[in-house]
Design a protein around this ligand. Structure first.
Ligand code: SAH
Length: 378
C-alpha cells in the first residue's frame, strides 16, 4: 500500500510531521488491508469506510459503532480529516468558496455551486499551480504541492456536509468538476484514485459519469485517460485559436502545441460513449482572443479535426493585477454565433461566485473579501 505514512508521535511537541495515514484517501480494499494490519476483522474496514464516505463523519470519535478502544487506536495511528477550513465565503448567488489549509499549511480551495437541478462541487488537485497561464490568478502562487487523494476527497466531503448537513443525502444530484486550483493531469494518480474512491457505492457514490476533469493540455495523460474504462469526462482549456497566441497565453502550448493536443483529442474521441462529447473551454479576453476572425479560426481548427465536442465560452473573471478584461456580452454572443454558424456547438458559461473570488481563474488563496459577502472565519 502506497503512503501508509509516518505516525504522528510527539505532535504535542509542536514539530511538523508527515501526516499519519489519511484513511480518507484509501480505497475500500486498501482500508481492509490497513484494518487487518491492526489485527482487526475486515468488517471493521467496511464500518470505517461507511463512516468516512457515507455518513461523512470527520472524526473517529463520532464512529460510535466502533469499540472505543479501536477508536482510540485509530486516532493515534491515522486521520480522517486533515484539512482545516480557514474561511468560508458565501456569494450573493449562493456559491460558496472554502479556503482550507493542509497539515503543512498549504492553501486548498473548493467551490460549491448550487444549481436548480443539480449542485456542482469544484475541487482543487494541487495547492497552487505550476502552469503559467497569463489570465489565471492561481498561476501567481506557483506550485506549492500536489494534493493527496485523501485531500481531494476531503474537499468534497466537507462541501457536501456544509451544504446539506453531516451525512445528509444530497437532495439533488452532485456533479464534480476538477477545475479548481492546479493542473489535474500533473497529479494524475491521486486524481484517478480520488475519483475511484468517490465512486464507491457504499460511500459517496458519485459515479465518474458525473465527474469532469479539465486540463490545460497535458497530452500523454489525455491518452492515458482514454484507456481507463470507468473514466470521467474530459474538458480541455484552449484560450486561443492558434499556436502563436496560445504560446503567449498558455506557455504549456510550447511543449504540446495545438496540433499535438488536438490529435490527442482525436484519439480520445474513440473512447467517447454514445451521447458523450468532450468540452473545450475558451476564456474570453477582451481584444485579445475574442475577434470575429478568431472565432472563424477556432471553428476551422476544430472542424479540421472533426471532433465530437462542444465549446464553453467563459467570460474572463476579474483577476487583478492581471491585465485582462472580460469580453462584453454582445461580443461573446457574436463569437458564439460564428462558431454555431460553422457547425460548432458553443455555450456561454454563466460566471458564478465572482463576488467572493470563487469563479474560474480566481482561486489564489485570497482570504480578503468583498464587503458584501458573508464570511465565517473558523
Ligand atoms: N489547469 C486546468 C484546470 C483549471 S480549470 C485547466 O487549465 O484546464 C479552470 C478553467 O478556468 C480553465 O478552463 C481556464 O482556462 C479558466 N480560467 C482561468 N482563469 C480564468 C479567468 N480569470 N476567468 C475565466 N476563466 C479562467
Amino acid at each position: 500500500m502506497a503512503n501508509t505514512g509516518v505516525r504522528i508521535k510527539g505532535k504535542e511537541l509542536g514539530m511538523e510531521f508527515e501526516p499519519s495515514i489519511n484513511l480518507t484517501g484509501l480505497t475500500a480494499n486498501e482500508l481492509t488491508t490497513f484494518v487487518c494490519s491492526l489485527g482487526e476483522p475486515a468488517y471493521r474496514a467496511r464500518q470505517i469506510f461507511a463512516g468516512v464516505h457515507d455518513r461523512r463523519l470527520r472524526s473517529f470519535a463520532d464512529m460510535t459503532d466502533l469499540p472505543s478502544e479501536l477508536r482510540g487506536r485509530l486516532t493515534d495511528q491515522s486521520a480522517v480529516a486533515t484539512l482545516k477550513v480557514e474561511s468560508r465565503y458565501v456569494s450573493t448567488d449562493g456559491t460558496r468558496r472554502y479556503l482550507f489549509k493542509t497539515h503543512d499549511n498549504r492553501p486548498v480551495e473548493t467551490v460549491f455551486i448550487p444549481e436548480e437541478r443539480r449542485d456542482t462541487i469544484c475541487f482543487s488537485s494541487q495547492s497552487g499551480c505550476p502552469l503559467q497561464c497569463t489570465f489565471c490568478l492561481t498561476a501567481q502562487l506557483g506550485l506549492l504541492r500536489n494534493l493527496t487523494a485523501g485531500e481531494i476527497v476531503e474537499q468534497v466531503i466537507f462541501a457536501l456536509n456544509d451544504a446539506y448537513g453531516v451525512g445528509v443525502k444530497p437532495p439533488r444530484g452532485t456533479n464534480l468538476v476538477g477545475m479548481g486550483a492546479g493542473e489535474p493531469f500533473l497529479n494524475f494518480d491521486a486524481l484517478i484514485k480520488a475519483i475511484r474512491i468517490m465512486a464507491e457505492p457504499s460511500g459517496l457514490h458519485i459515479v465518474p459519469n458525473r465527474v469532469t476533469v479539465s486540463t490545460a493540455g497535458i497530452v500523454p495523460r489525455i491518452l492515458e485517460l482514454a484507456a481507463i474504462p470507468d473514466r470521467p469526462h474530459l474538458a480541455v482549456s484552449l484560450a486561443a485559436p492558434n499556436d502563436e497566441l496560445r504560446d503567449e497565453l498558455m506557455p504549456i502550448n510550447k511543449k504540446w502545441p495545438l496540433r499535438e493536443l488536438l490529435s490527442a483529442c482525436k484519439e480520445f474521441e474513440r473512447s467517447l460513449r454514445p451521447n458523450e462529447r468532450m468540452t473545450f473551454e475558451y476564456v474570453m479576453l477582451a481584444d485579445v482572443n475574442d475577434a470575429d476572425e478568431q472565432a472563424r479560426q477556432l471553428a476551422n481548427l476544430l472542424n479540421r479535426y472533426d471532433l465530437r465536442a462542444k465549446v464553453n465560452l467563459i467570460p474572463h473573471n476579474q483577476a487583478e493585477p492581471l491585465p485582462y478584461h472580460p469580453s462584453p456580452p454582445a461580443r461573446v454572443e457574436t463569437f458564439r454565433e460564428i462558431l454555431e454558424s460553422k457547425g460548432i456547438h458553443a455555450f456561454v458559461r454563466r460566471p458564478r461566485g465572482r463576488d467572493i473570488l470563487a469563479a474560474c481563474g480566481q482561486l489564489a488563496a485570497r482570504s480578503q473579501a468583498h464587503p458584501s459577502q458573508q464570511s465565517d472565519n473558523f
